[in-house]
Write a protein that binds this ligand. Structure first.
Ligand code: C5P
Length: 405
């Protein structure tokens, strides 16, 4: 189930031109199943009207502290206590200063002062205002109190100046909200997870490579789900056409050797490795320094040498929960069991390569030292989330066993 489903989110909007982006965010969060209550500051109402947010969220928009709500509690103090998370986006320098000072002079600041759950602040302002020591100190104060304050993005501002002050795009904000909820109460909170995705490219010469058809979709979806469940996620990715998931540390690599080095670094302090990448088994013995020319009608013989097995290199790391994948055309489960042992894995996810290619659905099998558990055949779009949940269940049991031992 989507982590946003049924969540109560309070979205505070301040007076900045970036408020228009947050209308899209309010819609996306609502479509994902969250209940979104929007609180506008007085200045926000000059940029985006309450009717816009009301139509997008299907909920009354709040801005007046003195308007009597249904529960009869003036000041809507209960709003902050009931919310699963409070998001202030865009947050202006002025509202950040008011929150830092502990003021309660409008509905938004009153709500935040009475908040019990996590708070995410997404500043957006003129770059000079953001760089001002007063704002820097206020941001530091909020962070020291445990609020999450995003860094604004760099780029061109509405006033035709460039610098650091832009509100991140709605997709990034949504990812940060998912990460915030996960870090607060998800089953992977406090855990570090490394996911690999996509295929590797092994250079033949400066313009050609040996590669494979992996799209990276499964790995990217697993990384996003691990983030949603609260993990700090590093995604080591071969080249793909996919956008980087928000609130995930993405390390881009090309070759198997680069992937090995990146995975080794990322796993130094990790608790789990999900090795979903389609690593090339072989690479050209040497990449030509300049483009290989066609010589008459003659062919070309490429000498290939084996790549190191990345996941097998972690067999001795007993403190790392290791998940591998096996897409097979024959003897699916026997081959998967062989790889589980040979590569020193805790779990391997097997699927029949022929029965899944070009189909919208997929049947997965979880193979571990206890036995084989099939997951129901389901649309590929849902399979990644279901798979990650099944991996987390195994991981939780594995951790419990380790602490007992
Ligand atoms: O290619 P194979 O079927 O052996 O892959 C099984 C698992 O081993 C996968 O999880 C894959 O990511 C991993 N692997 C690896 N390094 C390689 C080849 C495969 O970590 N060189």
């Amino acid at each position: 189930m989507d982590i946003l489903s049924g969540k109560k989110l309070l979205l505070g909007v301040c007076g900045s031109i970036a408020a228009y982006k947050v209308a899209q965010l309010a819609r996306d969060l609502t479509l994902a199943g969250a209940q979104v209550d929007v609180v506008l500051t007085a200045a926000a109402e000059r940029f985006v009207g309450a009717a816009t947010f009301q139509a997008l969220t299907g909920r009354a928009v709040l801005s007046d502290m003195w308007e009597l709500p249904e529960d009869g509690v003036i000041g809507h103090v209960s709003l902050g206590a009931q919310a699963d998370a409070i998001i202030v986006a865009p947050a202006t320098a002025h509202t950040i200063a008011r929150i830092a000072a502990g003021m309660a002079d409008d509905l938004l600041t009153t709500t935040i002062l009475a908040a019990t759950g996590p708070v995410l602040i997404a500043p957006a302002m003129n770059p000079l205002m953001y760089a001002n020591p007063a704002t820097r100190a206020n941001v530091a104060t909020l962070r020291a109190r445990g609020l999450t304050v995003l860094e604004p993005e760099e780029g061109r501002m509405a006033e035709h100046v460039s610098g650091k002050g832009r509100l991140p795009e709605p997709a990034r904000l949504e990812g940060e909200i998912r990460a915030l909820l996960g870090r607060h109460s998800g089953p992977l909170r406090g855990q570090r997870v490394v996911v690999t995705a996509g295929g590797t490219r092994e250079p033949i010469d400066p313009v050609r490579f040996v590669g494979n058809r992996s799209s990276g979709q499964m790995g990217y979806a697993l990384a996003a789900r691990a983030r949603d469940l609260g993990a700090g996620v590093t995604l080591v990715s071969g080249p793909t056409a996919l956008p980087a998931p928000a609130a995930v540390n993405v390390v881009q690599v090309e070759t198997a050797l680069q992937m090995r080095d990146a995975v080794q670094t990322a796993c130094e302090h990790a608790n789990m490795l999900i090795m979903n990448a389609a690593v090339a088994d072989f690479r050209p013995a040497a990449a030509a320094e300049s483009k290989i020319k066609k010589r008459g009608d003659g062919g070309l013989i490429l000498e290939l040498v084996p790549n190191p097995d990345i996941v097998a290199g972690f067999a001795q790391r007993r403190d790392l929960f290791k998940v591998g994948f096996a897409a097979e055309t024959d003897d699916l489960l026997a081959n998967a069991q062989g790889k589980l042992e040979r590569k020193g894995l805790d779990l391997i996810v097997a699927n029949d390569a022929v029965a899944s290619i070009g189909r919208p659905d997929i049947a997965l099998y979880l193979v571990d030292h206890e036995g084989i558990t099939p997951l129901p055949r389901q649309p590929k779009t849902e399979a990644a989330a279901a798979l990650l949940d099944a991996i987390v269940a195994r991981y939780t049991a594995w951790r419990a066993n380790r602490t007992q031992a």
